[in-house]
Write a protein that binds this ligand. Structure first.
Ligand code: MLT
Length: 251
């Protein structure tokens, strides 16, 4: 298994223009899109359709009134003023995606980076949606499938890299390495992620919370609790896959 990693969102266009027919993409947006999507599936949402733009999400709603609209801009739930009159049902906090609200529902979500990262991977053989919450389950799946080419995609924030995504990519690489899978030699970007994770290991929560995104969320009182929730490891035993129809579902 050859593992390549993209560390910044500047690489989304390269990903979108690459031939990924033989590649399994693994997308990380730890704070918070992929953590939230995985949580929604754990709470029995039927599927999440990730779209880039607010207008795309609204177009879905106009077609199908039964869907839930979700997403954020600047971390905050999308309001009518931004979406031409549609108040979104949910933001991008995993705490909002309760079983009562999402069970059996189709959710259409647009977020600043996470949904763009996912859409960039649309041409891949497989697209896995991963967070710290389902990291081990995703590692199990990758081990079982033993894809020859794996691309770890760190969604980042705006145009910049995000430490928590790199930590998670490093943690996943570390799990696969410790299982004796033949993943060496690592590319420089994958090695960077693994070493970043190693260095953080002894104070994972402290390093995670020092990231720009964690500090941004912790400065917003109603979003502060999301940071500790998204930093939990291996609490969900599920694998989330984005199908060719763009919908993310539990395997
Ligand atoms: C994103 O997609 O950029 C995020 O997950 C941002 C956020 O939730 O605040």
């Amino acid at each position: 298994m050859k593992i390549e990693t993209t560390l910044t969102p500047l690489e989304f266009s390269v990903i979108a223009n690459s031939d990924l027919q033989e590649t399994a993409c693994v997308v990380f947006d730890i704070l918070r899109a992929t953590s939230t999507f995985v949580t929604a599936l754990q709470r029995e949402a039927k599927e999440i359709i990730a779209v880039r733009e607010i207008a795309e999400a609204v177009a879905f709603k106009k077609d199908r009134n039964d869907i839930l609209l979700a997403g954020e801009r600047n971390g905050v739930k999308i309001q009518a003023a931004l979406s031409g009159g549609f108040d979104f049902d949910l933001g991008n906090s995993p705490r909002e995606f309760t079983r009562e609200k999402v069970r059996g529902r189709t959710i259409v979500s647009t977020t600043t980076n996470g949904t763009r990262a996912l859409r960039a991977c649309a041409g891949a053989k497989t697209v896995l949606v991963v967070s710290l919450l389902n990291l081990r389950a995703t590692a199990d799946y990758l081990q079982e499938k033993d894809y020859p080419e794996v691309l770890l995609v760190c969604a980042g924030t705006g145009q910049k890299a995000a430490l928590e995504d790199i930590l998670a990519a490093g943690a996943l690489t570390d799990v696969l390495a410790n299982r004796g899978l033949s993943i060496f030699p690592l590319s420089d970007a994958t090695e960077t992620a693994r070493r970043t994770y190693w260095q953080a290991k002894t104070d994972f929560a402290g390093v995670f919370d020092s990231s720009e995104n964690a500090r941004r969320l912790r400065a917003i009182p109603e979003l502060l609790a999301d940071v500790a929730i998204c930093r939990q490891r291996d609490v969900f035993n599920l694998v989330a896959v984005m199908g060719f129809d763009g919908a993310i579902r539990k395997l």
